[in-house]
Design a protein around this ligand. Structure first.
Ligand code: GDP
Length: 386
């Protein structure tokens, strides 16, 4: 009898310890979610968010519905707090190297034929573009002739000022967010395949979530199944949800569904991926126009159309950019892969030729390697001594 009673005590003690551990683990999960800046919960007077519904007339299906199994994250990045943004200087090694000859000549106080030649070569090789390079050098030469510039140091300062002036055109660099109640802002991402659209959306989802937005991702690139999988991985990292459909499905339907769901659930921002590859340019243009129209239909509110360009493609990227700008009203440029390319000068011609502001730049593949474009920091890094 005593032995039985003792056994019962042990069983009860084990159950009590197990329940305590489970409660502790739930509390920890919640704390972690809050710490990593998960989407803010609805205010007390807001209606509760309805759960993501099963796919209906559209082919979209939630990847991260609360009741569905979530894919394992590729890396435990969501647990890590956002790192300090990388500095331009640390990531612009490629293009900085091109200017070292011209800069050392100017710092030595010289303005001779070698100085002009090496400056011209650096600007051309950095993909600033022939017309912009010519305009820049003509302006500097005339300042030397009219004695506004006396020596190498003056020339260096004038060069920096001229580049800054070129970069300060194109309008506001702020990402536009209206935040109307019940009407999610939609930011569309356009650009050819491989430029870094999906990666940019992933990085931005993390950034906007950390800033307190409730973000929903729309996997509108239905050309590659891998694009939606890749986006799902970034959604996991950012602690956001994603609406996706079948490969080859209608991207407009996915974006439409995402906007409806976002409005119903109280998400204030939809980041929508699009495909950058269709059989013909006409198809691509029509597709993008349709996505934009559908995304802007009530309750959606398209407040950004961001053209993603790969800096490593240099001047070739500009031709693509013009086509996309013709198709949809582009509100800003995201210039990716500025790290590790010597063609960083493209940032100057993009602004000069398209009159659209570069709003964000990619300085690496990591989740925190997307920064606001800061022209002063860019020029300082470009012309800084080694
Ligand atoms: P998408 O086809 O336009 O969606 O392009 P992805 O997002 O799949 O990106 C293509 C490749 O570019 C991937 O390997 C990314 O990791 C890489 N990438 C994207 N942005 C950057 C960047 O800013 N720097 C570097 N170095 N790589 C990047």
């Amino acid at each position: 009898m005593i032995a039985i009673d003792f056994g019962v005590y042990i069983v009860v003690a084990i159950v009590v310890i197990a329940l305590g551990a489970a409660a502790g683990s739930v509390a920890l999960t919640r704390t972690r979610r809050r710490r990593r800046g998960a989407a803010p919960t609805a205010p007390p007077d807001a209606p509760p968010r309805p759960p993501l519904q099963a796919p209906t007339e559209t082919t979209t299906a939630p990847v991260e519905a609360p009741h569905a199994p979530t894919p394992a994250p590729a890396a435990p990045v969501a647990e890590a707090p956002p790192a300090a943004p990388p500095s331009y200087r640390s990531r612009l090694g490629g293009v900085r190297g091109l200017f070292s000859g011209a800069l050392s000549s100017m710092r030595a106080g010289r303005i001779d034929q070698d100085t002009w030649d090496s400056l011209e070569e650096a600007l051309i090789r950095a993909d600033v573009g022939v017309s912009t390079t010519t305009a820049l050098l003509d302006e500097l030469r005339s300042k030397v002739e009219t004695k506004q510039i006396h020596g190498g140091d003056d020339l260096l300062e004038a060069l920096g000022n001229s580049i800054r002036e070129l970069l300060h055109t194109g309008g506001s660099r702020e990402l536009h967010f209206d935040g109307r109640t019940g009407s999610p802002d939609v930011w569309l991402f356009v650009g050819v395949n491989g430029v870094g659209k999906t990666t940019t959306i992933g990085k931005l989802a993390r950034r906007q979530t950390t800033a307190g937005h409730s973000v929903l991702l729309a996997a509108g690139d239905t050309f590659r199944a891998a694009a939606a999988d890749q986006l799902a991985m970034w959604a996991e990292r950012a602690g956001t949800e994603i609406v996706r459909g079948a490969e080859g499905g209608d991207p407009s339907a996915i974006v439409f569904d995402a906007v409806q769901r976002a409005a119903a659930r109280g998400n204030d921002l939809v980041l929508a991926d699009t495909a950058g590859r269709l059989h013909t340019k006409v198809n691509l243009v029509e597709e993008l126009k349709k996505i934009r129209r559908v995304a802007d239909r009530d309750p959606g509110n398209v407040t950004e159309v961001l053209l993603v360009l790969d800096a490593t493609t240099g001047q070739n990227g500009l031709a693509q950019a013009r086509e996309f700008a013709d198709a949809v009203d582009v509100t800003g440029i995201v210039l990716t892969k500025l790290d590790g390319t010597a063609k960083g000068g493209i940032v100057i011609s993009v602004q000069r030729e398209l009159f659209v502001p570069v709003k964000l730049v990619g300085l690496g593949e990591g989740p925190d390697d997307l920064v606001d474009f800061d022209p002063d920091a860019f020029v300082d890094a470009l012309l800084a001594p080694d």
